[in-house]
Design a protein. Structure first.
Length: 118
């Protein structure tokens, strides 16, 4: 947990001892101490109990990770690469390469994607 959370937790505990506060949370003092020191993360249930005991509002904020590249763009790029490879292999100037890779061109994958590989 972040330092701000730990500092707020200590402030919200106020003058109550860790022992007293942990009893009110129905957890051991050592478990509470680990949460307050940042060595352990509280469960949502514990956070809800802390909010209730301290007359606070619990705010949980989920921020989605930014995708590095949208999947649809990746699929488009993959298909473009496949089409470029197939085009290169179909070029008469590349007959040696084409004959070597011909088994790949008739692979069911390419047929199922309806690419012109003949």
């Amino acid at each position: 947990m972040e330092l701000a959370f730990r500092e707020n937790l200590k402030k919200m505990r106020g003058t109550k001892s860790k022992e007293k506060f942990s009893q009110e949370l129905e957890m051991s003092r050592s478990n509470y101490s680990r949460i307050e020191s940042g060595k352990s993360d509280p469960t949502i249930k514990t956070l809800e109990q802390i909010a209730k005991l301290t007359n606070s509002t619990l705010v949980v904020d989920l921020i989605p990770n930014e995708p590095t590249e949208p999947e649809s763009e990746q699929v488009t790029l993959d298909l473009e690469m496949e089409e470029e490879i197939i085009s290169t292999l179909q070029n008469p100037q590349n007959t040696a390469i084409s004959s070597h890779f011909q088994p790949l061109l008739i692979h069911p994958y390419y047929q199922s994607h309806q690419l012109d590989v003949a």
